[in-house]
Design a protein around this ligand. Sequence first.
Ligand code: GRF
Length: 205
Amino acid sequence: MYKIAVFVSGRGSNLKAVFNALTHKNGKAEIVAVVSDKIDCPAFEFAVRNNLQTFSVAANKKNNILSYSELLTKLKQLNTDLIVLAGFLKKIPEILIENFENKIINIHPALLPAFGGKGMYGMNVHKAVFKKSAQLSGPTIHFVDKIYDNGKIIAQECVDISDVKTPEEIAERVLKIEHKILPEVILKFAENKVIEKNGRIYLLK
Ligand code: GRF
């Protein structure tokens, strides 16, 4: 079984979408860990309620909170195949990036390489897209490297936002697609159908 760790910091709607999709595709992939820098966020609470194994992590170690190197040990012990960042707001430290090369993915709520980088998270992204009067938006799933929102793009899907009246409307339309494509991409990884050829990423049918 393909093993994923989902990193979260907030609402957890993507975690929920992945959890539900994997439950229905029984036997292909499973969530072996939910990791958060905030134990009181709804995403973490969802994980606890659904009996998923949870870990809390912080750059500066405190009681009952793992350091990133301790977390790394746990993730290796669990034979984690893929780390999925689903609304995790902290920068991923190099120790994880080096040990999970091309095995960390992130979902970003805009069409990278536009509207990405430091500070571009949550509503900041949708407000910037709205202000620019972009006519299309949509989520991007990409590999995580040492630079924010910089790794190769794995999947994107566009939505027409030419008629929206508020940034919140953009967020709503994009989120709906996030919930569809994130589980789809995870299942492609589980089926070994994400390949790199000539420097591009392809999802095999
Ligand atoms: C999503 O919009 C995702 O693209 C971004 O953070 C948000 C997380 O939402 N990285 P949720 O916690 O999954 O509801």
